[in-house]
Design a protein around this ligand. Structure first.
Ligand code: CA
Ligand code: CA
Length: 442
């Protein structure tokens, strides 16, 4: 197909199989002498193109796949190999690309593959039962509706995109330079079988410079969402692992299936998030390798929570129906929670199962109806363990040190606590400096 340019007219292409050729691509993939000779007839400027100033573009490949191998010059029957489709149309019907039985594939990078970005309402509607992308289609869009009942949906968006709905029987992988916003992204596939070049499964959404803000993300496999500014999803449904990376993370998450849900939650590109606000429900458990945040609130309405490496910079609550737990790295003041933990900064392991807390963090408080179980098997808080022993010796210690207190537990085993240098002196109900006159130990 050559260069088609219309001004106000609608361009409609209905074919069995569509091949829009990019000259550069042809020359790079041609191998047989016949294909090389064919490709060499074209210069780089001969890439195919459909360009419409204000009209709509409607493309339909309706060939039913049959026998016969695809070659460079003959794609699989029913597929649409596209590039250079563009309209300035500003409506929801700006560009429609449909393969009724096959795939829609990227066939060149001389230009963007699809441009539909004219305000207020330009929209790309694209569907192909066996897959869209694989090599992601390079697009610039305002609005997106994409469907592949049995294949992948892979798109590389130049700027921001608003999603009406993306559904795929296989993987969804969408990258955007700006924001990814809108309604729903759904992957129902149990595994990636339609794109041998990329084994990734589930839903992968990545914003390079903005936010991801969606109503729902659902995946039979994993969910991986990253964005430097914020990730906000009203409802995430995840079958296997959940990985969220952003400075601010807000989501209500439901795990499905019989397996434990792994993954990680933290800042974009490593380090802690500024704030994490999560609801985590699972018929089994979420078991993250890491959760890293300066501040946050994690609620677990159903199931267990395990974190191998948990970092809390300042303050985080972790709650389930039986337990309200606080990790406050800035204060030892008891704040009315069932369990209160402290490490002063270092990462720690955490498990929350009904009213049981498993941790190697220092439990400075536990309500008697709650168990705190350390790697040593103790079931107490530091206040219970150390009691008056700690208060008696604290004033004699060098406050710059983090001294160790050893207490025998009920079984006679030594339980060792490293006590950070926090002043427990007080005067008239408030703190006063270490060593100051008239201070009294708690
Ligand atoms: Ca391309
Ligand atoms: Ca591409």
């Amino acid at each position: 197909m050559a260069d088609v340019h219309a001004t106000t007219q609608k361009v409609t292409v209905k074919v069995g199989t569509l091949l829009m050729e990019d000259a550069n691509r042809m020359q790079s993939i041609a191998t047989t002498p016949e294909d090389v000779a064919y490709a060499n007839r074209y210069a780089a400027g001969d890439a195919a193109r459909i360009r419409v100033d204000t009209g709509e573009v409607e493309i339909e490949a309706n060939g039913a796949p049959g026998a016969g191998a695809e070659t460079m010059r003959v794609p699989r029957v029913g597929d649409a190999l596209i590039t250079g489709i563009e309209t300035g149309n500003a409506t929801t019907s700006a560009i429609s690309v449909v393969s009724r039985f096959g795939r829609i594939l990227d066939n060149g990078d001389t230009r963007l593959d699809i441009i539909a970005d004219t305000p207020p309402a330009a929209q790309l509607t694209i569907s192909a039962p066996l897959g869209i992308g694989a090599d992601p289609l390079d697009v610039r869009l305002l609005n997106l509706q994409a469907t592949s009942t049995g294949g992948v949906v892979d798109l590389a968006v130049q700027d921001s995109v608003n999603i009406l709905a993306v559904t795929a029987g296989d993987r969804v992988q969408i990258t955007a330079g700006g924001d990814i916003t809108g309604n729903s992204v759904t992957s129902t596939g149990a595994a990636s079988g339609t794109d041998p070049s990329n084994p990734a499964t589930g839903v992968i959404l990545a914003s390079a410079a903005g936010s991801v803000d969606l109503a729902s993300v659902s995946s039979a496999q994993g969910v991986n969402i990253s964005a430097p500014v914020a990730v906000s999803v009203d409802q995430i449904t995840v079958g296997t692992t959940l990985d969220l990376a952003s400075d601010r993370i807000t989501a209500s998450v439901t795990g499905t299936g019989s397996g434990v849900h792994g993954g990680s939650v933290g800042g974009f590109g490593g380090g802690p998030a500024s704030n994490v606000n999560l609801d985590l429900s699972s018929p089994t458990a979420f078991h993250f390798t890491s959760v890293s945040a300066v501040n946050g609130a994690i609620n677990v309405p159903q199931g267990d929570l395990w974190v191998d490496g948990m970092y809390v910079g300042q303050r985080m609550t972790v709650t389930n129906p039986q337990t309200n737990m606080l990790i406050d790295q800035t204060s030892w003041a008891l704040q009315g929670y069932d369990v209160q933990l402290y490490t002063g900064g270092p990462t720690f392991g955490l498990g929350l199962v009904t009213n049981h807390v498993y941790t190697d963090a220092l439990a400075i408080w536990r309500d008697p109806a709650h168990e705190v179980i350390s790697s040593n098997g103790n079931n107490t808080s530091s206040l219970e363990q150390v009691g008056s022993t700690f208060a008696d010796i604290r004033n004699d210690m060098n406050p710059a040190l983090n001294p160790e207190v050893v207490v025998d537990d009920a079984a006679g085993d030594n339980v060792r606590y490293e006590i950070p240098a926090v002043s427990l002196n007080e005067k008239d109900g408030g703190p006063c400096p270490e060593g100051a006159a008239d201070c009294e130990a708690k």
